[in-house]
Every structure is written in structure tokens, then in C-alpha cells.
Ligand binder design. Structure first.
Ligand SMILES: C[S@@+](CC[C@H](N)C(=O)[O-])C[C@H]1O[C@@H](n2cnc3c(N)ncnc32)[C@H](O)[C@@H]1O
Length: 505
């Protein structure tokens, strides 16, 4: 029997036994407790990694928490590290991402609607389903450990129910389950949504965006799959502060494929990289780096000294902008409407040259066009958006977002872009960026804003040519002036970039 046959594919290590259980850890910490079970049924405490994953799911459900914000401190405070931390992370994030798929499968195994199952019990079932169908934890370990988790966290009565459902799930392979739940759906979008675990409205929106940006519709399945894979952590080597090569030497990594500033980690902890700790580098998606660099290279007419980052929090792009500005004698005003996010911008700017930052300010970006008309040579609008282009990074967000969000955000986006086009001077450039490919947040915003402005006020620049030039390679992009990146195609978040030059007074 190979190691892979015996142990979970991911998250296993020499402290996990043949059942995929942690050896001794939970017991040593006194977690878990015995109930009034027969000695043969008594367990010795639930695996701490599974407890963490369950607690993260509950925080996400009960407190609207973000999994990527609650998990790391929970791991730290419980002293879980290394492969146990990796196991807990994959279990929590994978379960959250694939919730739609697992709910459909669980639905086939129970005799009541899922909303009649207590929410914590349903979360236990989802965790069990992910171990069985998504992590290759051996069935007996996945079932017995998850039943133990149920006993610890939701009570012995529910544990029996969990046991029965998980045993049912474990008798069938994933492929067969997917055929079953797919067959129960009425149309193609519903089928793809259940198999690749997206809400139907998002699947539909992604299909429309793909087709709208010149990609074939049959790429949709690959895009949905890419949303379900954990992305590698990418660092940005901030120009003038550290080079891509210098950063690469500090950590097991490879250079990014598209942005000359990007370094892709092999799995190491970014917090342990010296340049990240000192602020010379940061964690940033490669697509974010690419669109920010393209914005800084867009040709302005005349002076190029004063740049505005209108929506700067938490400061990833502001730090990259300020680093580039430092190499060109320009200065950045970093604006953010939320004071606590402006504090994060301050922190992100810790290592950039002091004279490349004019100030960090807390203003509503919608007012800047009127308050400071024509005051900037470049304005970046990295607009608040649904984040549908970064679903792989935010495991729970697809279940939280609603179509109503799109409407509200698109109105705000139009107002921010309009303000930016008034804040930039004639001959200056505005970059409109979203980490959503939704057409209502990208092209529709730009066309509505342009339609409301006097003719000749703005011209669209060739963002595609700039992105291709910066990447130094043929980037697959639609033959359009704006740019839409895709996780399945470029390995980046689905960032959108439109570049506009103000041509009218
Ligand atoms: C997509 S995030 C920006 C990310 C940031 N540029 C970075 O790279 O780290 C959008 C930001 O816009 C801010 N925001 C929302 N409404 C705003 C407004 N009316 N004026 C200025 N900022 C706003 C949000 O608080 C959020 O921090």
C-alpha cells in the first residue's frame, strides 16, 4: 500500500495516523469530551484540525466572518501548524467553496429538505462530504472522525444521523454522485452550477462575461473549476525597493509569468519572507500587479507628477503605485472612505519613499471630482465590487453575494468613475479596475459614464497593448481596448481594466 493509499492526499503528515487522525494533539490539549457512550464507542477526543474547520464554518455562518480572516488566528491560538494547519485549511476552505455540490449530494441522502436540518449539523455533514469526496481521506477515518466531531460539537443524537448520512455518501464515488445530482437539474446552467458549486446567477453572469469578452462559452466549465482551486500565493516586488530576482532568492518560488514584479510562492508562508515583513514586497495577485503597472504606463500628455488612488484600502495597489511613483519623481494621494481601511493603507506604505506619498486621506471618492477638479495627472479607480473575479480566494463569498449587490455597486462605480474623470486634468489618464468580470460592473459602467459626458470629453486607450507590452509575451486577450483577465486562462484573478484619457475641458 502506498502512502497515498493510506493517508489523506492533502494535509496528511507523520502526526496523522492511518485513519487521517492527528496523533495525540487534541488529547494533549484536553479538547473534546466523553459523553455517556459505551466504552467501545468512546473516542479519545476530536482531531483539532477538524474542530478548527468546524468552528470556522460556524463563524462564517453565525457572524458573517470571512474564513481567510478567522482561520489563521484560530490556528495560531490553538497551536496548530504545519501539515495539520494545511489539513484544517483545505478542509474549511474546500468545504465552503464546494458547499453547493455537497448540499445537493447530502440532499440525495436525507428524507427532509436541508433547511430542516440544524445548521451546525449540516456543516458537520458538509465537512464529512469534503473529506470523503474532495480530500481522499480514507472512508472509515472520514466517517468516524466526523461522527466524533458531531458528538463533540452537536450532540450524540445528531451523531447517529451524521453517521448514517456519511455512510450513504461514502458508498458512491464522486463521479457517480456528480452524474446523479447533475441529472436532477433542469438545464445546462443549473447542471454546471451544481457540479462546480456556484450559485446559478453567478454561473450565468460568468458565462455572459466570458462570451462578452470574446472567450468561447465552452471555457465556462474551466473557469468554474479554477474558482474551486486554491490559488498559489503571489508576492509583488515593489519597484525601486526590491527586484523580482532579489525577492525570489528569499523564498522557494518562481517568477510570475505576466507581471515583471511577480513572484509565485511554492507554498511557503509569505509572512516569513524578510522583504514582505519589511514592506519592500507584499502579497498581491499577479493580475492586480499587471493592471496597476499598465495604468502607470498609460501615456499622459504633459506633466506626470500627481497621482490619485481613489479607492485605496487596504493599500496593495497604493503601495505598488507609490513605489513606481518613487522611481519617476511622482507623488501619490491615497484616498479611502473607511478610516480603518485608510489605516491599513498607511501600514502598506511603510517602506515606500516618503516623498512618493503626498498623503493618505479619508474622503468619499465621489466628492473628489467636484472638490479638486482637474487636480491629478493620473487617477486609479480600483472600485468596490462584488469580487466575482476572486472567488477562489474568498471561499464563502459566492454564497453571500446576491444580484442586488451588483445593482448597488454598479451605481457607486458609476459615481466614482465620473468623479475620477473630473478629478483628472485634460490629457491625464483614469484607470478603471474591478476584481469582478461582471459586465454590469465593467463595460456597462464605462459605457454609461461615457454616454453621460459631453462628446469628446474622454477617449479610450489601448489597455490590451500595454498589458501585452508589460508581460513581454503574447497574453491571450480579446481584440478590444479594455482588458479582462481570467483565472483559468491567465492564472490570475479575473481583473478588469479600462484606461481612459480625458480629452475635453
Ligand atoms: C476593491 S477595494 C480597493 C483595493 C485596493 N485598491 C488595494 O489594492 O488594496 C475598494 C475600496 O474602495 C473603498 N470605497 C468604497 N466606497 C468608496 C468611496 N465612496 N470613496 C472611496 N473609497 C471607497 C472600500 O472601502 C474599499 O476599501
Amino acid at each position: 500500500m502506498s502512502a497515498d493509499d493510506r493517508t489523506p492526499q492533502r494535509g496528511s503528515d507523520d502526526r496523522r495516523d492511518a485513519k487521517g487522525r492527528e496523533r495525540g494533539g487534541a488529547r494533549a490539549r484536553g479538547e473534546g469530551h466523553r459523553g455517556s457512550l459505551a466504552p467501545s464507542e468512546r473516542r479519545k477526543g476530536t482531531d483539532s484540525a477538524r474542530l478548527v474547520a468546524f468552528d470556522v464554518l460556524r463563524e462564517v455562518a453565525d457572524s458573517d466572518a470571512y474564513a481567510n480572516l478567522v482561520l489563521p488566528p484560530m490556528l495560531r491560538s490553538r497551536g496548530i501548524s504545519g501539515r495539520d494547519a494545511a489539513f484544517a485549511t483545505e478542509l474549511a476552505y474546500g468545504t465552503l467553496r464546494l458547499r453547493g455540490r455537497y448540499d445537493a449530494i447530502i440532499g440525495e441522502c436525507v428524507d427532509r429538505p436541508l433547511d430542516k436540518i440544524d445548521a451546525p449539523v449540516l456543516d458537520v455533514l458538509r465537512l464529512g462530504a469534503h473529506q470523503l469526496l474532495g480530500m481522499r481521506v480514507p472512508s472509515h477515518a472520514a466517517v468516524s472522525e466526523t461522527v466524533g466531531l458531531a458528538r463533540d460539537r452537536v450532540g450524540a443524537g445528531s451523531a447517529q444521523f451524521v453517521n448514517a448520512v456519511l455512510r450513504k455518501i461514502s458508498r458512491t464515488e464522486l463521479e457517480e454522485w456528480l452524474e446523479t445530482v447533475e441529472a436532477a437539474q433542469p438545464d445546462e446552467i443549473a447542471k454546471m452550477s451544481v457540479v462546480d458549486s456556484h450559485p446559478q446567477w453567478i454561473t450565468r453572469a460568468l458565462r455572459d462575461s466570458l462570451v462578452g469578452s470574446g472567450r468561447p462559452v465552452d471555457e465556462l466549465a474551466s473557469l468554474l473549476e479554477a474558482d474551486n482551486a486554491s490559488p498559489r500565493v503571489t508576492l509583488v516586488a515593489r519597484p525601486g525597493l526590491v527586484t523580482q530576482d532579489e525577492l525570489g532568492e528569499q523564498v522557494e518560488s518562481r517568477p510570475g509569468r505576466l507581471a515583471p514584479t511577480a513572484v509565485v510562492l511554492d507554498g511557503s508562508d509569505p509572512g516569513a519572507v524578510p522583504a514582505v515583513r519589511s514592506g519592500l514586497a507584499g502579497v498581491q495577485d499577479e493580475g492586480s500587479q499587471l493592471v496597476t503597472l499598465a495604468f502607470t504606463q498609460a501615456p499622459v500628455e504633459g506633466a506626470d507628477a500627481r497621482w490619485l488612488d481613489m479607492c485605496a484600502g487596504p493599500g496593495g495597489k497604493a503601495a505598488l503605485l507609490a513605489a513606481v511613483a518613487g522611481t519617476r519623481g511622482a507623488r501619490v494621494v491615497a484616498n479611502e472612505v473607511q478610516p480603518h481601511r485608510a489605516d491599513l493603507v498607511d501600514r502598506a506604505l511603510v517602506a515606500v519613499p516618503a516623498d512618493s506619498v503626498e498623503r493618505v486621506q479619508v474622503w468619499d471618492g465621489r466628492d473628489i471630482g467636484e472638490q479638486e477638479p482637474g487636480a491629478y495627472d493620473r487617477v486609479l479607480v480600483d472600485a468596490p465590487c462584488t469580487g466575482l473575479g476572486a472567488l477562489r480566494r474568498r471561499p464563502e463569498s459566492r454564497w453571500r453575494r446576491t444580484p442586488a449587490d451588483v445593482k448597488v455597486l454598479a451605481t457607486l462605480q458609476r459615481e466614482l468613475l465620473t468623479s475620477a474623470l473630473h478629478a483628472v486634468r485634460e490629457g491625464g489618464v483614469v484607470g478603471y479596475v474591478t476584481c469582478s468580470p461582471h459586465l454590469a460592473e465593467t463595460r456597462a459602467v464605462v459605457s454609461d459614464v461615457l454616454a453621460a459626458l459631453p462628446e469628446g470629453f474622454v477617449e479610450m486607450l489601448d489597455a490590451r497593448a500595454l498589458v501585452t507590452e508589460i508581460a513581454g509575451t503574447d497574453v491571450p486577450l480579446a481584440e478590444r481596448l479594455d482588458v479582462q483577465l481570467w483565472p483559468h486562462l491567465h492564472g490570475t484573478d479575473a481583473m478588469h481594466l479600462t484606461l481612459l484619457r480625458r480629452t475635453g475641458a
